[in-house]
Design a protein around this ligand. Structure first.
Ligand code: CP
Ligand code: NVA
Length: 313
């Protein structure tokens, strides 16, 4: 009789964050509230993850994601183990996943391909969190929604303009903004628009919240009446060979003082960092009083503490 092949686990109960929509809108709202509480009182949650262990995998470099996850885990009384470099060069990814789930309670992975996240989540019976892939950066968007909430005291009805490459960060912002009722306008050069399927998903979500989703090739139009202007690098990690070509294509998409002046006077400037001053933005904008980039970086910590607590409770 033929042996039964091992089938991937059905994941009874494990909530993942493979992409933004793995959290329901209710869970997202709840997470932002919890993050605010955790930011106010570190001591109250100091033992929340006592005895819990988390795997951190990084196929690509990181400052913020790595440090904020390590610190979040420490501040909650847990501990982490990490690997930097290729994840599955010595054995199949499905075997790596089934080792890690035996030792640790959750896996955070920064990967080149979204497929790697999907496969980890398929084979590991513990939650898998996307720490950035080619398609999404959900942990960044959580911190960004928290930052907007802090800055404006509300989310519904705000206008977020994203100017630059229609990349992983843009995708995650679109999905979270749409379901929180934030109007979102994305301006990219022709050919660098966000993924059409993700835009369609965002539009479906926006239909319920009445948020407006706009994709344009005109940065001035995107920033008109915006409360926040967001940008990111023109060439993401893994696209280094395209960097010089992209510098030419994106030249008219720099978020500089003149573009900031076309938005609301009280608009904030946002960037996930790391930033390339002189390309997607300028030193003057980064250092201006409108810039909230370091609030965003700080909020990675608080948002991820809330995320870990929600996924591991
Ligand atoms: N914004 C962000 O994810 O930064 P790192 O690449 O440094 O983790
Ligand atoms: N879009 C950028 C974000 C870095 C945090 C990248 O993927 O490199």
């Amino acid at each position: 009789m033929a042996a039964t092949l091992f089938q991937p686990a059905a994941h009874a109960g494990a909530i993942n964050l493979r992409h933004d929509l793995d959290l329901s809108t209710d869970q997202l709202v709840q997470l932002l509230d919890l993050a605010e509480q955790m930011k106010q009182s570190r001591a109250r949650f100091a033992s929340a993850l006592k005895g819990r262990y988390i795997t951190l995998l990084f196929e690509k470099p990181s400052l913020r994601t790595r440090f904020t996850f390590e610190l979040a885990i420490k501040q909650l009384g847990g501990d982490s183990v990490s690997q930097i470099g290729p994840i599955a060069d010595r054995e199949p990814l499905k075997d790596v996943a089934r080792n890690l789930e035996r030792w640790t309670d959750l896996i955070v992975a920064r990967v080149f391909s979204q497929q790697t996240i999907e496969e980890l989540a398929l084979w590991a019976r513990v939650p898998v969190v996307n720490g950035l892939s080619d398609l999404y950066h959900p942990c960044q968007a959580l911190a960004d929604m928290l930052t907007l909430k802090e800055q404006f005291g509300r989310l519904k009805g705000l206008k977020l303009a994203y100017v630059g490459d229609g990349n992983n960060v843009a995708h995650s912002l679109l999905l979270d903004a749409a379901r929180l009722g934030i109007n979102c306008s994305i301006a990219t050069p022709a050919g660098y628009e966000p993924n059409a399927a993700i835009v369609a998903q965002a539009r479906e979500l926006a239909a319920e919240t009445r948020a407006e989703i706009e994709v344009t090739n005109d940065p001035e139009q995107a920033v008109m009446a915006a409360n926040a202007i967001y940008t990111d690098v023109w060439a993401s990690m893994g696209q280094e060979t395209e960097a010089s070509e992209r510098r030419e294509v994106f030249a008219g998409f720099q978020v500089n003082e003149s573009l900031m002046a076309a938005a609301r006077q009280d608009a904030v400037f946002m960037h996930c960092l790391p930033a390339k001053r002189g390309q997607e933005t300028t030193d003057a904008v980064m250092e201006s009083s409108q810039s909230v980039v370091f609030d965003q970086a700080e909020n990675r910590l608080h948002a991820q503490k809330a995320l870990l607590l929600m996924l591991l409770q």
